[in-house]
Design a protein around this ligand. Structure first.
Ligand SMILES: Nc1ncnc2c1ncn2[C@@H]1O[C@H](COP(=O)(O)OP(=O)(O)O)[C@@H](O)[C@H]1O
Ligand SMILES: [Mg+2]
Length: 246
């Protein structure tokens, strides 16, 4: 691609690690699937690919991994789970092997994951990014043409501060900002149902919402995230509306 097979390509990123990008990307993919969209999920966190574990997809399922990186003519099928078409660098590494590509090669690796994979017709390809705005994010821009990006933030000051750097990167590259998801937005007390703010919330003027970023939804902190399908459905609905309008 150039993503000829995808109507929309959406990158999900943040300034920080650990704010829940992969969790949100996966649940958003599932929410869009529930809307009967054809959804691809590309785990582009080349150094910390977590999607295979989150979907319980075994690495060994891709047998041709050595040839794939060495040769341009080896093609792979995306793996299927929960109706999603999934590709991850994690499928192309041995257990416990880390990726040692030098920074200038990241773009070429991303291109392979996009172009040497037989994605079937997609309404949207969601790309789970590693944190930050450096080599991989920069080089992705040369590999796919993004419909836009979604930013994931935690509720606290530092998450918003770092997310602003991601927003600056998007604006400098003319990538439309489709909206933000606040993740870990309070803990619901299992006893009384009251919301507890675990992190001191960002000052309103420091939050990215003050910068005109549309809020797509808030997801609470909950070890049983499966209970919050409705929240993810709302985020999916918001995002789908923005994509249709894009
Ligand atoms: N809303 C949430 N409630 C509870 N745990 C969460 C939530 N969001 C993320 N997590 C957990 O936090 C950790 C980091 O999330 P992850 O999606 O891997 O972040 P990132 O991709 O930004 O590094 C994971 O263990 C994940 O299961
Ligand atoms: Mg991640």
């Amino acid at each position: 691609m150039t993503a000829p097979a995808a109507r929309h390509v959406v990158a999900v990123g943040s300034g920080k690690g650990g704010v829940g990008k992969s969790t949100v990307t996966l649940n958003l993919a599932l929410a869009l699937r529930r809307r009967a969209w054809n959804v691809g999920l590309l785990d582009a966190d080349l150094y910390g690919p977590d999607i295979p574990l989150m979907l319980n997809l075994k690495r060994e399922q891709v047998a041709k991994r050595w040839d794939f990186w060495r040769r341009g003519d080896v093609r792979l099928e995306p793996l299927e789970r929960e109706g999603l078409q999934v590709m991850s660098v994690g499928f192309l590494l041995a257990e416990r092997q880390s990726l040692t590509f030098a920074a200038p090669l990241l773009g070429a690796a991303l291109r392979q994951l996009v172009e040497q994979v037989d994605w079937r017709a997609l309404d949207v390809l969601l790309i789970d990014l590693p944190p930050g705005t450096a080599d991989l994010q920069q080089q992705l821009l040369g590999v796919v043409s993004l419909t836009g990006a979604v930013v994931v933030v935690g509720p606290q000051d530092v998450a918003h501060l770092d997310a602003r750097k991601f927003l600056d990167f998007l604006r400098a590259a003319d990538v439309p900002i489709l909206g933000g998801v606040e993740n870990m937005a309070g803990l619901l007390c299992p006893h009384c149902g009251e919301r507890i703010d675990v992190f001191p919330p960002a000052a309103p003027d420091r939050a990215i919402w003050a910068d005109g970023v549309p809020l797509l939804g808030r997801i609470p902190l909950d070890p049983e995230l499966g209970r919050h399908q409705d929240e993810f459905d709302r985020v999916g609905e918001e995002l789908a509306g923005r994509l249709e309008a894009a």
